[in-house]
Design a protein around this ligand. Structure first.
Ligand SMILES: [Zn+2]
Length: 303
């Protein structure tokens, strides 16, 4: 099974005409999550046809470029008649932030919200039958959390060649992957055990923004399949990073290397680098080769 990460926005500080502030949609099986919610996120969801039946929303911190889209999104969910309870995970002032805006605008929500604030480092803040999500502190100017979404157990490898040799119609492969028996083109029953191999390593997705260079997080994101790490500046502006508690592209790559992740995504570039995104990627690649830009509108598959 696969995580699907869709980048709805990745700009630092201010939105631009074609570049929104941070928000990502994460999908795994029937579950959909939202990670951060910059201004205009609900429009980005429509633009990129992202799923929006969120089970939970994870907010890294209460700087506007990570949360200004939250109340408008909740309000629209309510106008659309949502009934299902929503989990909102993030800093302790999140509840006040949301409820005061709702109250000033005489708005109410058609659904219950449960607020969760991480209490301990690396604590499980949310889980279901497939996944557990752990939170940990990042190093920024305000209370900020990183999150790791990890499969509880890797699914068994699907042996495609075997399934083909047994003449299973390809549209039925997904049932076999889920452990359901099917019939091949001759009507013979094919059992999952015949086409499933050893269990894969559990996949994981780590989301770390905003933060200064902070190796303390390495144990929590160790061996992640995909790491998103902010990279607000180039190394030549390292002093700005120190002053504002952000990371350079090189520092993000250092964290990826220390944590031995499989792939690194970087974003949250300062507006000064508009059109020069690949320069930051190249800078990161001098330390960690498998780095890619978390480009708005792109979907990344984690498997
Ligand atoms: Zn921030």
């Amino acid at each position: 099974m696969v995580f699907k990460v869709t980048i709805l926005g990745n700009s630092a500080a201010i939105p631009m005409l074609n570049k929104n502030t941070t928000a990502q949609v994460l999908q795994y099986e029937q579950y959909t999550f939202l990670l951060d919610c910059g201004e205009g996120t609900q429009i980005q969801i429509l633009r990129y046809k992202a799923k929006s039946n969120f089970k939970a929303i994870f907010i890294s911190h209460l700087h506007g470029d990570h949360c200004f889209g939250l109340v408008p999104l909740l309000s629209s969910m309510s106008l659309n008649g949502r009934k299902e309870k929503l989990l909102i995970i993030g800093p302790k002032d999140l509840k006040n932030y949301i409820e005061s805006q709702l109250s000033f605008t005489n708005a109410y929500l058609s659904f219950e919200v449960e607020y969760i604030t991480p209490q301990l480092e690396n604590e499980i803040v949310c889980e279901n039958e497939y996944l557990e999500v752990r939170a940990f502190s990042l190093k920024h100017r305000v209370e900020t959390y990183g999150y790791v979404f990890r499969e509880k157990e890797g699914p068994p490898k699907f042996l495609v060649e075997k399934a083909r040799a047994l003449e299973v119609p390809p549209p039925l492969f997904k049932l076999l992957k889920k452990g359901i028996s099917v019939q091949n083109i001759h009507g013979t029953t094919i059992y999952p055990e015949q086409v499933l191999g050893e269990k894969k390593m559990p996949c994981s997705y780590a989301f770390c923004t905003d933060t200064a260079f902070y190796p303390d997080i390495v144990p929590y994101i160790k061996n992640a399949t995909l790491l998103y790490h902010e990279a607000t500046f180039k190394q030549s502006e390292v002093q700005k990073c120190i002053d504002t508690m952000h990371s350079t592209a090189m520092e993000a790559a250092n964290i990826a290397q220390l944590a031995n992740v499989k792939k690194l995504l970087i974003g949250h570039f300062s507006a000064r680098y508009f059109g020069m995104e690949q320069e930051l990627v190249q800078e990161a690649q001098t330390i960690f080769k498998n780095t890619e830009y978390a480009e708005q509108g792109k979907t990344f598959f984690v498997e």
